[in-house]
Ligand binder design. Structure first.
Ligand SMILES: [Mg+2]
Length: 425
């Protein structure tokens, strides 16, 4: 290379790296500009530019007690969250409120994200997810625990997706974990008549499900009959009974040994989470492993509940905990304290389901997961649907949550959801 050519190459490279201004010929200047635009901004320099919210309701099939009544019967509420960085990269998440499961609703989730979370997140570096949570804590103070965790989970998921896309890493790679095996799904048996058990289980079996979980409380007589029948029809099932806080302490103490005799393997959320002495009594009784779900929001909550001797395990769900960071820490706490953990969800639609699968896959979930979105929801918003076959859900591949959201389908589902409109921050 001649000296003049060498100096030209060096100065071009220097200009590309931003070390010198492009002061050469027009052709060289064009080359520099084009090379600059092809080099991605370092993830640490990227800022959140815009947050779009798409409130909607996913259409449903079948009976599930949380989706009844004037609001639930209109479908599964969800707010799809799209976070766009200033380099154009986008991350998708999803808040999944259920008014009959906790206090968050489609309306409050939307307004809290738009009016309280988005203003403190715009111009924030999206890869600083812990910092984003600290900002959200300042914008909406905690009560007993993290405020509006289900709403917040939508932001957390979108930040994980965006961070993964900026770094080219899957969730598992971001955590230095293996991707993990496909997740075995459990079919939810929630009936109001014992006569419906067989046909509902047949429906699950036809779709390849081999494991069943049941919804119990408040009537132990009904619950024991339900458990016996499900156990009879599925002798190999991991039989997981979730009371969703529906017993009082006295009833739960009577119900637990009878449910154990009927073939139940674990009892989840027998009481509301503030019945601390009741949980302690049930754990001490030892008739069944006692799991908590509702009320375990932040890792601090879980550490305290463990110290108080309230539980043998936790039914995980990122949506309940404010997202992946908090839920990942809770799985690690269970591992540290030799507690069991199960994979659960909030009837998650596709985007939230992808994140949940990524988490459970990375941490090697062993037992069938009560992820019943595929059982109850009849629409999705992905370009390529999640792979769910024969009662197995496959952990998505690809950066971030590993999915591609089809914005046209998001908008279409939103428009079909009773006049909901996109909100931009
Ligand atoms: Mg539960």
């Amino acid at each position: 290379m001649k000296r003049r050519e060498f100096l030209g190459a060096v100065s071009t490279a220097a200009a590309v790296l931003g070390l010198m201004p492009p002061i050469f010929s027009k052709d060289k200047a064009r080359l520099v500009i084009s090379l600059r635009s092809s080099i991605k901004t370092s993830p640490s320099k990227v800022k959140i530019d815009r947050i779009d919210l798409f409130p909607m309701r996913y259409p449903m099939t079948g009976y599930f007690k949380f989706f009844t009544g004037p609001h639930g019967s209109a479908g599964r509420a969800a707010v799809v969250v799209k976070i766009t960085a200033d380099d154009g990269t986008t991350g998708w998440g999803q808040s999944v409120p259920i008014a009959k499961w906790s206090y968050e609703t489609l309306e409050t989730a939307t307004i809290v994200m738009h009016k309280y979370f988005a203003p403190v997140l715009i111009r924030h570096n999206p890869t600083d997810i812990c910092g984003a949570h600290a900002e959200m804590d300042r914008a909406l103070a905690p009560g007993f625990t993290t405020g509006m965790p289900i709403s917040r989970a939508g932001i957390d998921l979108a930040l994980h997706d965006l961070t993964g896309k900026l770094s080219g890493k899957t969730l598992a790679q971001m955590w230095n974990k293996p991707k993990g095996s496909p997740i075995t799904l459990s079919w939810t048996v929630n009936v109001t008549s014992l006569d419906d058990i067989g046909s509902l289980m047949d429906l699950g079996k036809k779709r390849g499900y081999r494991y069943f979980n049941i919804k119990v409380a408040p009537d132990p007589k009904f619950d024991v009959a339900l458990a016996k029948e499900v156990r009879r029809l599925s002798p190999e099932s991991f039989l997981w009974a979730d009371a969703n806080g529906g017993y009082n302490t006295e009833t739960a103490l009577k119900a637990a040994p009878r449910l154990a005799d009927a073939g139940v393997d674990v009892l989840e959320a027998p009481l509301r989470p503030n019945h601390i002495s009741g949980y302690q009594a049930l754990k001490k009784q030892g008739a069944l492993p006692i799991f908590m779900d509702e009320g375990v929001i932040s890792p601090t909550d879980l550490e305290e509940f463990i110290k108080l001797g309230m539980l043998d395990g936790v039914a995980m769900k990122p949506a309940r905990c404010g997202g992946l960071i908090s839920n990942k820490r809770q799985i690690e706490l269970c591992q540290k304290h030799n507690l069991m953990w199960l994979g659960s969800g909030l009837t998650d639609p596709d985007i939230a389901m992808a994140a949940t699968l990524g988490l459970y896959g990375a941490f090697g979930l062993k037992k069938p997961a009560a992820l019943n979105g595929p059982q109850f929801l009849t629409a999705d918003v992905l370009k390529k649907p999640l792979r769910i076959e024969n009662g197995m859900a496959y952990v998505p591949d690809g950066p971030g949550l590993g999915i591609e959201v089809d914005e046209d389908r998001v908008i279409d589902l939103m428009k079909r959801s009773g006049g909901q409109k996109k909100i931009v921050s």
